[in-house]
Ligand binder design. Structure first.
Ligand SMILES: [Zn+2]
Length: 189
């Protein structure tokens, strides 16, 4: 399976800001509300998403507020990437074996695939390096991917059932599903 269904794309005409945090809503929209690195959706934990400097500020401080250098990223990926930049050259993103690809570059998605359970699989040497550095093996990525697939399936089922009067059991199931968050919440009481 393909690593991601949609590719992030930064708007080119963005008003220049003096603080990179002011780009957050624009960046979130351009990244389709997903982490650029692992493709996790930010729902329901958008407050835990951060702004990554693709070329770290330690490597090139002049890119600190440059929009084209920013990546919408989950806390896990941002914390894992930090200031790692193997080439030490801001113009050289990787050397083919180690380093990074800008998530907005379509070739980023060529480094990975998805397994049957939504797990991320690195398919190239550079992909394996990024996989290890970003800790893309963490279970949260496949759990969120499965959760999203279930949601999409339920949504499709719901729309198919709208005009169907003979699907009593399925309608009961849907009612139970709608209570899922309440049921889950009871685990924490
Ligand atoms: Zn991530």
């Amino acid at each position: 399976m393909a690593f991601r269904k949609t590719h992030p794309s930064r708007a080119t005409e963005v008003a220049v800001q003096n603080d990179y945090r002011k780009y957050r809503e624009q960046l979130r929209a351009d990244f389709n509300c997903r982490c650029g690195y692992c493709d996790d959706r930010d729902v329901p934990r958008a407050e835990r998403f951060e702004i990554d400097h693709f070329v770290p500020q330690k490597v090139d401080s002049s890119l600190g507020t440059v929009y084209s250098n920013l990546v919408y990223a989950c806390r896990s990926c941002n914390n894992s990437k930090r200031a790692k930049w193997p080439t030490n050259n801001p113009l050289e993103h990787n050397n083919g074996r180690e380093g990074w690809i800008d998530p907005c570059d379509k070739s980023y998605a060529d480094q990975f695939e998805r397994g049957n359970y939504g797990e991320i699989i690195a398919t190239t040497e550079l992909g394996k390096w990024m996989y290890n550095e970003l800790k893309l093996w963490k279970p949260q990525h496949e759990i969120l991917q499965c959760y999203e697939e279930i949601e999409n399936s339920i949504q499709e089922l719901r729309s198919r059932l709208e005009n169907c009067n003979n699907a009593y059991n399925l309608k009961i199931f849907l009612k139970l599903y709608e209570k899922k968050d309440k049921i889950l919440y009871r685990l924490y009481i």
